[in-house]
Design a protein around this ligand. Structure first.
Ligand code: HEC
Length: 290
């Protein structure tokens, strides 16, 4: 019996369960350790949030900040009855089904015509040594069929991406990180997530891990877990559907840091890290956010 076990016996005998829980809890800052590898990182993140919010199921995290307030959740349910994002989805379907000059469509570029494919995005491509996102894959498909790539952040590409990702609706996020290059990209994304930056000197993790579930002015800060599976998402503040990376730009600005260009290597690595941590959360696109 070591000291720790003796302590646990003593604490149990006294009925001080809260103390024990704290002794076992994962320290959020420790989650940023880039030496433990992707699998353990994922387990620790899920465990951290489970300890923080013991009543929440994995799928409830997909609600983001709506999971933390009943009145907000009711507003969300109302909004989802007529999600304006569905218009973008239909626009994306039309684009997806329209033919390239050679007669082919986007479906020809993806296994199973794209069904279930986006659940595994972003992915690491060992040939080009980089993370490939849905937006990049769609543009590569255009180029392979003699068309010019679409502008990142433009409404056409967003609509296409929305439809492409919706072909995985209902499937759990299932991103793979295997091989040294993939692990390097994952760890770079993780380091970015924990790096303090901007005038406020906050990291993404300060807010979305340490302060998750708490109020920042009028908004409840959502946990990292659950943040990726509803993108592209409709946001009332944007009056449009937009991407996860668009959110990175907004949050970087919020803390006074210089945002990066959409699809920069940093943002793709970040996207890769965050989406991997969301493995298991079911995809439901387009989502809705205030
Ligand atoms: C000062 C606190 C703060 C920091 C730092 C911060 N955010 Fe946010 N973020 C917020 C708030 C507040 C919201 C809006 C409420 C919500 O949905 O979480 C938000 C929203 C988001 C969302 C949308 C969540 C959803 O459910 O759709 C994502 C994604 C996100 N942030 C990612 C990041 C990333 C990546 C970083 C680091 C580059 C970051 N945030 C840094 C406060 C912060």
């Amino acid at each position: 019996m070591n000291h720790r076990n003796n302590l646990i016996v003593l604490v149990c005998a006294l009925g001080i369960f809260a103390t024990i829980q704290e002794a076992q809890a994962i320290d959020w800052w420790q989650l940023g350790n880039t030496k433990v590898g992707p699998k353990q990182t994922l387990q620790e993140f899920h465990q951290y949030f489970q300890e923080k919010f013991p009543k929440m199921t994995l799928q409830q995290y997909a609600l983001g900040s709506y999971a933390f307030s009943k009145p907000l959740y009711q507003q969300y349910q109302q909004a989802m009855e007529f999600n304006p994002g569905d218009l973008t989805l239909s626009q994306g379907k039309k684009l997806w089904e329209s033919k390239f000059p050679n007669g082919k469509t986007y479906a020809s570029c993806f296994a199973q015509g794209g069904k279930g494919v986006a659940a595994h995005y972003p992915y690491y491509d060992p040939k080009t040594h980089q993370v490939i996102t849905a937006a990049m894959a769609l543009n590569a498909c255009r180029v392979a069929n003699g068309e010019k790539p679409l502008r990142y952040g433009g409404s056409q590409l967003i609509a296409l991406e929305t439809y492409f990702v919706s072909l995985s609706n209902g499937m759990p996020t299932d991103v793979s990180v295997s091989g040294p290059g993939a692990v390097r990209a994952f760890e770079a994304g993780k380091a970015y997530y924990f790096m303090h930056r901007g005038q406020l000197n906050f990291s993404c993790a300060s807010c979305h891990v340490a302060y998750a579930g708490k109020y920042l002015r009028a908004q409840i800060i959502s946990p990292l877990l659950g943040q990726t599976a509803h993108y592209p998402t409709y946001r009332a503040a944007w009056g449009a559907v937009n991407t996860l990376q668009k959110r990175f730009v907004g949050c970087d600005k919020k803390v006074g840091a210089a945002p990066e260009k959409l699809q920069s290597q940093d943002y793709r690595d970040l996207d890769y890290f965050m989406t991997y941590i969301n493995n298991g959360v079911k995809i439901e696109v387009p989502g809705y956010r205030p």
